[in-house]
Design a protein around this ligand. Structure first.
Ligand SMILES: NC(=O)c1ccc[n+]([C@@H]2O[C@H](COP(=O)([O-])OP(=O)(O)OC[C@H]3O[C@@H](n4cnc5c(N)ncnc54)[C@H](O)[C@@H]3O)[C@@H](O)[C@H]2O)c1
Length: 253
């Protein structure tokens, strides 16, 4: 359990990847998990399935992190209903890969709106509740794209995810005094059914052949384990850090 109430809100938790794995893991850890996602129907369906799995209620709220009024409303509803908030996992991310020389302003703006500003706004309102409740743990999902020199991620995504690291460190420095720890997790490639549909099989084959020291591509549960640790008091002396979950890929240099 983290410092603060045993209530965890996860953004973008109803997809095929990291967010759902994190919500499931935190629920199994015993936290009262609030599933949120921009996709309303999947959000409710996933919360119902998770509730059946863990044998207790799991609440669900439709939440697009780029809609600031909605973030404020959902945070306020959740903290009123649950008596506070102890854990926030900022998982929502968006990208479209366009070279800088051809990138539309719309692509740049959407990516910054979801990945960076969305993370900021969720933290902004969660921090109010955590400070009032005596502490908490915020985990921001960044990416190794934040520092890799690569054409694979797109500059808007890389810039937004690098911004998340800076935001994490400053928020950690400001809020340690309130008992709130703020950390980032930077995954490498994490396989899910959605990515399988948008990338050709050769992309995964070449990653396995050329990059995967551990002989496999990352799984959403690999990231969920790290988030579970950072959310817990086991990580009570860790704040302002970036924990990489990439199977060694990002350490290759
Ligand atoms: N999959 C990877 O290889 C990988 C690698 C590094 C970092 N990441 C980061 O991890 C996070 C999760 O990625 P994932 O690929 O596991 O996907 P995921 O399945 O966890 O997330 C997809 C979900 O995000 C929701 N979503 C999209 N835009 C949203 C918004 N504006 N507000 C709220 N919900 C929204 C979708 O409805 C969908 O349900 C992202 O921040 C991503 O950038 C992923």
């Amino acid at each position: 359990m983290s410092t603060g109430p045993p209530v965890a809100l996860v953004t973008a938790a109803a997809g095929a990847g990291i967010g759902a794995a994190v919500a499931r893991r935190l629920a199994h850890d015993g936290l009262d998990v609030v599933v949120t996602d921009a996709h309303e129907r999947r959000c409710h369906l996933f919360a119902e399935a998770l509730a059946d799995e863990v044998g207790r209620e799991v609440s669900a709220h439709q939440l697009d992190v780029a809609d600031h009024d909605q973030v404020r409303e959902v945070m306020s509803e959740v903290t009123a209903a649950k008596g506070g908030l102890g854990v926030l996992v900022n998982n929502a991310g968006w990208s479209r890969i366009e070279p800088v020389a051809e990138m539309s302003l719309g692509t740049w703006q959407r990516c910054l709106d979801v990945d960076l500003t969305g993370t900021f706004v969720c933290m902004r309102y969660a921090l109010e509740a955590m400070i009032a409740g005596g502490g908490g743990s915020i985990i921001n999902i960044s990416s190794i794209a934040a520092w890799e020199m690569s054409t694979e991620h797109g500059a808007a995504y890389s810039a937004a995810k690098a911004g998340v690291l800076a935001l994490t460190r400053v928020a950690a420095a400001e809020n340690a005094v309130h008992g709130v720890r703020v950390n980032a997790v930077a995954p490498g490639l994490i396989y899910n059914d959605f990515l399988r549909r948008i990338y050709p099989q050769e992309f995964f084959d070449s990653y396995l052949a050329d990059k995967a020291f551990l002989g496999r591509i990352g799984r959403p549960d690999d990231v969920a384990s790290m988030v579970s640790f950072l959310a817990s008091d086991e990580a009570g002396y860790i704040t302002g850090e970036v924990l990489t979950v990439s199977g060694g890929v990002s350490a290759r240099g």
